[in-house]
Design a protein around this ligand. Structure first.
Ligand SMILES: C[S@@+](CC[C@H](N)C(=O)[O-])C[C@H]1O[C@@H](n2cnc3c(N)ncnc32)[C@H](O)[C@@H]1O
Ligand SMILES: Nc1c(NC[C@H](O)[C@H](O)[C@H](O)CO)[nH]c(=O)[nH]c1=O
Ligand SMILES: N[C@@H](Cc1ccc(O)cc1)C(=O)O
Ligand code: SF4
Length: 425
């Protein structure tokens, strides 16, 4: 039997589950015929071995094709990290600096607008803004940033401020989350990153950080954002002191929220970058150096399977994994390559070396090389441009607002991850 309701399609695919053991096969068949994979079943998928692993990947790929067809999307955006000064002391974070540190940064509204304007001139449709929780910062600064950008660039989508920053702004201004979020929305906030989630489990959080927003507060702020009409992404940062039980419970919790609010646009699994992370440096015996390759593959695939019909965009983070691995994830249930970013700094601060930008042209090539159809989207997954021609010389022109071809001058960035992109082709 096959029927369809919104994005949910129900049809079993015997080819996907062939060769799997009976228990794994039963879970995958249930997923393929529209059933919901429970937390316990999710754990079993994360623990899959041998032929079972391939069946998990094939199932994820089948569900991806049902939900998204052959299209793989990306967004042209710029990260603006307006400050790295932060005293919260999350142990995993290599980004946060003290005020007196040489590399401490603080951007005034005019500097933030300047960066947003440069991004706009290069064809960006989104700025992704996050920062440290600066001890001396006014809670009203978040609003000021939004107003400054919207005044100069009313058409730019502002994707900004994690739930932790919302908590900080609301505490400083003594406003409720609802009032603070409503005020930011009125000022022009369009959507929010669902970062600060890490692993939504109290015991794991106690090991990652003493001060970070609790799991309950994260959920409350995200639900409130969705209720006042601000969509958010969803994230999971994995591969440190966590285990499959935490991953499956985290994904099931995101699914429960989505059933009530429908406010998540995508899930972005973020692999823990250990290299320059104090968490790893201080406890190399207890903390894992990021997820294994198998865990990365399974994280994307199991997310696709557990979230099917609820969150149908699974994004891979090229800044965490590099272009070549990001491209491989397209066969593990992934349908989105995220943003061009222009200035990635959080992963780099933790020791990642995949560059601070990937160009739209490189993303288009990577997607084509994987046999899929590249699509430029906006932040809320509306299609902006479909690159249907398969001759790279016949790329549909991506014209920026000054009439120039951003594909040409995006290449001017010196820190592009050229080597890793070549490897991906
Ligand atoms: C650096 S914070 C910036 C926003 C805000 N200060 C906060 O904590 O929500 C954004 C996110 O970066 C991610 N991040 C930080 N350090 C990381 C690391 N070493 N590896 C992977 N992701 C990391 C975490 O998921 C974190 O929530
Ligand atoms: N901005 C970072 C992302 N992903 C987010 C996307 O670029 C984009 O903002 C979102 O899909 C909404 O359109 N992932 C990272 O690992 N690091 C970033 O800095
Ligand atoms: N993926 C996040 C943004 C982000 C993720 C990880 C980072 O290290 C930094 C930023 C979002 O847009 O929702
Ligand atoms: S994760 Fe965010 S809150 Fe925590 S130390 Fe880093 S910048 Fe600060």
């Amino acid at each position: 039997m096959t029927f369809q309701s919104t994005t949910r399609q129900f049809a079993c695919d015997p080819a996907a589950v062939g060769g799997a053991s009976d228990p794994i096969r039963a879970i995958l068949e249930k997923a393929l015929s529209g059933g919901e994979v429970s937390t316990e079943e999710g754990v079993a998928l994360f623990r899959a071995e041998g032929a079972d692993i391939d069946a998990v990947y094939r199932t994820a790929d089948t569900l991806r094709r049902r939900a998204n067809g052959d299209r793989v999307s990306f967004v042209v955006n710029r990260n603006i990290n307006f400050t790295n000064i932060c005293y919260m002391g999350c142990r995993f974070c290599g980004f946060a600096k003290r005020t007196e540190d040489k590399s401490a940064e603080w951007l005034e509204p005019a500097q933030i607008v300047e960066r947003a304007q440069q991004a706009w001139d290069r064809g960006a449709t989104e700025v992704c803004i996050q920062g440290g929780l600066h001890p001396k910062m006014e809670g009203t600064y978040y609003r000021q940033i939004i107003r400054a950008i919207k005044t100069a660039l009313p058409g730019m989508h502002i994707h900004a401020f994690s739930p932790f920053e919302i908590w900080y702004g609301a505490s400083k201004t003594k406003m409720s989350y609802r009032d603070f979020l409503t005020d930011l929305k009125e000022a022009g906030l369009d959507s929010m990153p669902g970062t600060a989630a890490e692993i939504l489990d109290t015991e794991v959080r106690m090991q990652l950080t003493t001060n970070k927003l609790s799991a309950e507060r994260w959920v409350e702020i995200i639900r409130t954002a969705h209720e006042v009409g601000i969509p958010t992404t969803a994230t999971i940062m994995y591969g440190h002191v966590d285990a499959p039980e935490h991953w499956a419970a985290h994904i099931a919790l995101l699914r429960d929220i989505q059933k009530d609010t429908g406010g998540f646009t995508e899930l972005v699994p973020l692999s823990f970058v250990h290299t320059d992370s104090p968490l790893y440096a201080q406890n190399p015996d207890k903390v894992r150096p990021g997820p294994t390759a198998r865990e990365v593959d399974l994280m994307h695939a199991v997310s696709r399977i557990m979230l099917h019909g609820w969150i149908d965009n699974i994004q891979v983070s090229w800044t965490k994994l590099g272009a070549a691995r990001a491209q491989e994830m397209l066969s593990r249930g992934v349908n989105d390559l995220g943003g061009t970013l222009m200035n990635e700094s959080i992963s780099r601060a933790a020791g990642s070396d995949h560059g601070q930008e990937i160009t739209a042209k490189e993303l288009v090539r990577m997607i084509r090389a994987a046999g899929r159809v590249p699509v430029r989207r906006n932040t809320v997954y509306e299609t902006r441009e479909v690159f249907e021609h398969h001759d790279p010389e016949e790329l549909a022109p991506l014209v920026d607002r000054n009439g120039r071809d951003p594909l040409a001058f995006l290449e001017m960035f010196p820190e592009r991850p050229a080597a890793s992109v070549e490897a991906a082709q």
